[in-house]
Each structure stands twice: as C-alpha cells, then as structure tokens.
Design a binder for this molecule. Structure first.
Ligand SMILES: Nc1nc2c(ncn2[C@@H]2O[C@H](COP(=O)(O)OP(=O)(O)OP(=O)(O)O)[C@@H](O)[C@H]2O)c(=O)[nH]1
Ligand SMILES: [Mg+2]
Length: 638
C-alpha cells in the first residue's frame, strides 16, 4: 500500500488538531502542556488508511512562537492540508505556513475551511474567496477547497475522498539518493532503549542494519522498526518511521540529527544555494546577515554571503548565496531549506541547495561562482559529478568523497561516473577521480619539471621520483601521481625506472672531453686494483682536477651506475674487476681449506695484499654481499 505524508498548516486555533482527530480518531496533542493550554506546541502524529492509501499525518502548531517546530515536520510532507477557520479567515500564520510550503517546494495539497458550523453561507463564501486568492498562482491554485466542521462532521467524508485522490497523484520519492532519516523526535522506551522517529525521506531501513547517526558520527544498530505504529522489518521512503536504536543512549539522540548508512554521508557547514526572498520580506537578504537556517529537522544559525553582484537579494527576487553554518548539518544537493530572521523570528526566504559541500568564495570569485552554480542547477548527474571533481582540483576526489558529496546510491554514482569518464570530463584511476584539465596540467608540469632537471644537470640520469612528487604533486593524491607517470610513459614522454624519472629523449651524451676523463678515471681504478686511491688521489691521477670536483663526481657516479666501480665504504671505491678477482681468490682459498672455510683478518690481508685500512671495509663489504659471514673474529667463506 502506498504511503504519503500529509502535513497540516495554518494559523493558531484554526482547528488543525481537531480536524486530524475527526479524520483519524487520534489526538495528536500528546504533551500535558498542550492539553492544559489547548494549543499545539510540538509536532503530533496520526495515521489513516484510505482504501489503497495510507496517510501519515504530521500535525503542526500554529502559534508563531513554534514555527520552528512546524518546520521540523513540514520538511518531509508530500502534501499539505492548509487549514483556514471559517470564522477568522486568512491570518498571519496561514500566510507564513503557506509561504513555507512553497519555499519547501511542496507540490500538492488542498485547502480545508474549518469550523463551518460557526458561520453562515455568505461568510463561508467570503473565506473561500479569500483562501483562493491566497493560493492563486501557486501549487495550490485549482486544488480542492473543502469546507468541513469537526463538530458536526460535515464535509469530513468529502475531505477523506479529496485526500485519497490527491495522495494517489503524489509522485514517488527521490530514488537516486541513499537512505536518510532526519530525526524529529527521540525518547526512551522502557525495555527497548532509544527510539528515534522521523519521516524517511529517501531509501529504506532494514531491521538489524548498522547505521550512522550524524553529525555526531555515532554507530548504531536497528534493533526494531515501526511504521505508523506497527512493527515491520523494513521501512521505505515516504513513511513515518520509528527506529529502535542499539548502541546509543536516547539522551544522545536529538531532533536535527540524521540517520544515514554507515560512512556514506558527511555533515557540512558551508552550502551554496539558490535563495528566494519572500515578496513580503521587510528587507533584502544581505551579505553578513545572520539568519536561522531550517533544514530537514535541524535548525542552525548561519552567516549569509550573497553571491550576486549587488551583494543582496531583494524581496520577491531569487539569487545565489552561500550559507556558512554555525553547526554542521547533513545536507545534499536538491535539499530545501527555510531562512528566518535572527530576532524577531520571521520567515524571510527559502531555497534549494546546489552544492552541499561548498568552498569559500572571495569577492572576485563571485561571478565565476554564479556561472558554475547556474550550470550545476541545470546539469545532469554526470556533469554535476564532473563539476565536483573539477573543483576538488589537484587533490581530486575519492569515490567515497563523491558518494558523500552527491548522496547517490552506488548504481547512480557508477552510471554517472561511467558517463563522465566516457565524455572525457574526468579521469578515474585506482578509485581516485580528477578533472581532465587538472590531469593534463599535471602531466605537462611533470614533463617540464623532468626536462628542466635534465637541462640543469646534463650528467644526471634522471630526477628522483620523490623529488618530482614534492615539486609537482604536493597536493595530489598518490593514485593521481602514479596515474600521471603511467600516462607520461604511455605517451612516450617520460621513462620511470625504479626511483628515477627521466625524459625519454634524454640520453647521456658525454662530450669527448668528458668521455676521455671518465675513461681515464676508470683506468686509474683498474690499474690501482686493490690499492684503491682516495678520491682526491684518483681525481689527481686522472689529471683532471682542473675540470672541477662537481663534474668529476658526476663522472664517477656514471661509472658506479654502469657497474664499473664498486663502493666499498664511505669514499672507498674499487674497480669491479679487482673485487671479482679477489672474490675468486677467496673462494679458491676456501676450497683449499677443506670443510672449515674460515679466514681471519691476518690471512685475508695476506691473501689480498691490502693494508688494514682496506681489509676491514673490504671484509664488511663481502659480509654485506653475502660472500662471507662473520663468525667471532673470523669469517666463513660462503
Ligand atoms: N465550533 C467548532 N469549533 C472547532 C472546530 N474545530 C476546532 N474547533 C475548536 O477550535 C479550538 C482550536 O482547535 P485546535 O484543533 O486545537 O486548533 P489548532 O489549529 O490545532 O491550534 P494550534 O495547534 O494551537 O495551532 C478548539 O477549542 C476546538 O474545539 C469546528 O469544526 N467547529
Ligand atoms: Mg493543534
């Protein structure tokens, strides 16, 4: 059976609660104070089955001081029953509640003229005309206007039928979004623990499921579920739902919190939105103005930053604004909200969130901010995703970030991602998303950086991978760094080898003079064999000290890289041939010694003919190379 939520709306004492009781038999005023004072203070709930439709009523208070409570209920309604008392006609909260419904984008409803038993036909017609004038040009234009009396029962059956017909026309809830339940009430039930209630605005909740309570980030478990007062295993979008929560104390659960899938959504304190200011607002909405933001069941204070050129949005106009919230809320693009003045509290505007996780906008960025928000408003899912990725710049977005930013279910996210990648708007690598422009820019920057390195250091084989990362990819995710390198290799621009990155065009073309010096240096070491020279001696013998130490060191490095020289200790180098022949002699020595294969320092000195200065570093080198292994003050030749 289909479920819809009907919200009452209207001025204080106009008979909303009495009407709900006449329809359902339930007194929605459940607080003792409400009963004592005869007014509604907080939200009340009741339900009614109308053949093929189940109606959940959210009864709201009409008192102007409790509009904040009205808002916590009005956010989730499918249709509104706008109540006007026949004996009073349209009053201030009739208008304010109606404005709120329009700003929240409630799409359907009807007008109920109550207390018809208190007036004659003539007055009734006047009130009817007044109500029709109020709703002219709105979503309620042409909607049924039902006259009823809770006292005599007149019109109640007609109202039920009108509700049923309207309910059947209500479009299905958003099916792209993951589950969200803004909590409007919490309490402890003896023997069960914490219970949170609210209108399930998207997705479904299953018994036993693990969920997260935001913005607190509390992990909870669904111990039980009720929809319209009956136990169920599953609650669906559009249903009034009570969730018995395990893993949390009722005292920690408050109106304004949101139940969502674990680790899926994130609270935000900065949103960009299209804001419409009411025609009757006393003043324009201005930058720096402090307002009350009512979003879902939450209320928080915020500073307004108007993104329009004039710095304000005039009464009756709409424009883009950023809201900097003083406390975090769980918001998603497309969510509606209401703005009220700080004091006295009056409804002045409302709007729709365009970017729920916005960035600060400075004065000169406003024009471009307006352009992107306007584009975002009309964009399809793939373009919106591409925008979010683009604005994340070099940092890019992880899939989980994109999920939190959009609130989409996996299937919707996957489809948008595939579409955006297909259009060439973004690059996905190992689950990291980055805009195509950013990716191309990083690619160019990486190639330039490596080429600049070669120009500066023609004798270097390449730039250290980590240096490249620090210089060009300081803000980028590691996945993006790897992806750019892979692309640079794929297009044949760079070659990455172990910890070095070089240009594919780069080859070590030594000048004839350098070549000659290099060869001389190698000859010095080859000739010295195990009587290796110090670095200074080697450089001097190569007869090249006039070439400068820096250059010689680089030529030396080339010889090491090529494997011609072996570094044995600090600054001690030997020619590879000398080391190889010594290794061969060591092994010969070992086999001549039978199974023992031991050698001490003295024997090693004798065998190699080197002084102690060289013997120890050489032995340690052989240990490292696993040619020998230390055993006490001797070595086993392996
Ligand atoms: N004569 C008459 N009185 C009614 C009718 N409906 C409600 N009343 C009376 O009007 C008064 C206010 O009714 P409520 O239902 O509490 O009004 P409400 O709109 O819920 O008020 P708030 O929730 O405080 O905004 C009560 O004394 C009701 O008995 C009706 O159809 N006829
Ligand atoms: Mg009431």
């Amino acid at each position: 059976m289909r479920s819809v939520i009907v919200g009452t709306a209207g001025h204080i004492d106009h008979g909303k609660t009495t009407l709900v009781r006449a329809l359902t038999g339930v007194d929605a005023d459940r607080l003792p104070e409400e009963k004592r004072r005869g007014i509604t203070i907080d939200l009340g709930f009741a339900e009614l089955d109308l053949e093929d439709v189940r109606v959940g009523f959210v009864d709201v208070p009409g008192h102007e001081r409790f509009v904040k409570n009205m808002l916590a209920g009005a956010h989730g309604i499918d249709l509104v029953a706008l109540v006007v008392a026949a004996d009073e006609g349209v009053m201030p909260q009739t208008r304010e509640h109606f404005d709120i419904c329009r700003l929240l984008d409630v799409r359907s409803g009807l007008v109920v003229i109550t207390k018809t038993d208190t007036v004659d036909e003539e007055l009734l017609e006047l009130v009817r005309a007044e109500a029709e004038e109020l709703v002219a040009g709105s979503f309620l234009e042409g909607a049924p206007v039902v006259a009823a009396s809770a006292r005599t029962g007149e019109g109640i059956e007609e109202l039920k039928e009108a509700l049923r017909v309207a309910a059947l026309k209500v479009p299905a809830r958003d099916t792209d979004a993951v589950m969200r339940l803004p909590v409007d009430r919490s309490f402890t039930m003896r023997g069960f623990g914490a219970v949170a209630t609210g209108t399930l605005i998207a997705g479904e909740i299953n018994e036993g499921q693990e969920l997260e309570l935001l913005p607190a980030g509390l992990h909870v478990r669904v111990r039980g579920l009720q929809v319209h007062g009956a136990g169920v295993r599953k609650a669906e979008a559009g249903q009034r739902t009570a969730v018995n929560l395990g893993g949390v104390e009722a005292a920690l659960v408050e109106r304004g919190m949101t139940l969502a899938p674990t680790a899926r959504l994130r609270a935000t304190q900065m949103v960009d939105a299209r804001v419409s200011v009411l025609k009757d607002a006393a003043r324009p909405l201005r930058t720096r103005q402090r307002v009350r933001v009512h979003h879902g069941t939450a209320e928080t204070l915020a500073r307004v930053v108007v993104l329009e050129e004039s710095g304000e949005i005039a009464p009756g106009a709409s424009g883009f604004a950023q809201l900097r919230l003083e406390s975090p809320v769980v918001a998603l693009p497309g969510d509606r909200f209401i703005l009220r003045t700080y004091s006295p509290q009056q409804t002045i505007a409302g709007g729709e969130i365009v970017d729920a996780h916005a960035q600060k906008r400075r004065g000169r960025e406003r024009a471009s901010a307006r352009r992107s928000l306007a584009a975002l408003e009309g964009a399809d899912a793939a373009s919106r995703l591409a925008y979010f990725v683009e604005t994340a710049g070099e940092r890019g977005l992880r899939r989980a970030d994109a999920a939190a930013r959009t609130g989409w279910r996996d299937e919707v996210l996957d489809a948008a991602l595939a579409e955006a990648v297909g259009r060439g708007a973004l690059v996905e690598e190992e689950g990291a998303l980055v805009g195509v422009e950013v990716f191309e820019r990083l690619l160019r920057a990486a190639i330039e950086e490596v080429e600049a390195h070669h120009a500066r250091e023609p004798l270097s084989k390449g730039l250290a991978r980590e240096t490249l990362r620090e210089r060009v990819f300081a803000r980028a995710a590691p996945e993006i760094f790897r992806a750019v390198l892979r692309r640079a290799e794929a297009v044949g621009a760079l070659v990455a080898e172990r910890d070095l990155v070089r240009s594919s065009k780069h080859s070590l073309e030594l000048s004839p003079a350098d070549k000659e010096t290099r060869d001389r240096l190698e000859r010095v070491y080859r000739d010295a064999a195990l009587e290796a020279p110090t670095l200074d001696e080697a450089f001097a013998r190569a007869g090249a000290d006039k070439q400068g130490r820096e250059r010689l060191r680089k030529l030396l490095q080339l010889l090491i890289d090529a494997g011609a020289l072996v570094r044995v200790g600090g600054e001690q180098f030997f020619h590879r041939e000398a080391i190889e022949s010594l290794t061969a002699r060591l092994r010969e020595y070992a086999s001549s010694r039978g199974p023992e294969r031991l050698i001490d320092v003295a024997a090693f000195k004798e065998l190699s003919g080197v002084s102690r200065k060289y013997a120890i570093p050489l032995l340690e080198y052989f240990d490292r190379e696993r040619i020998t292994r230390r055993a006490g003050d001797k070595r086993i030749i392996l």
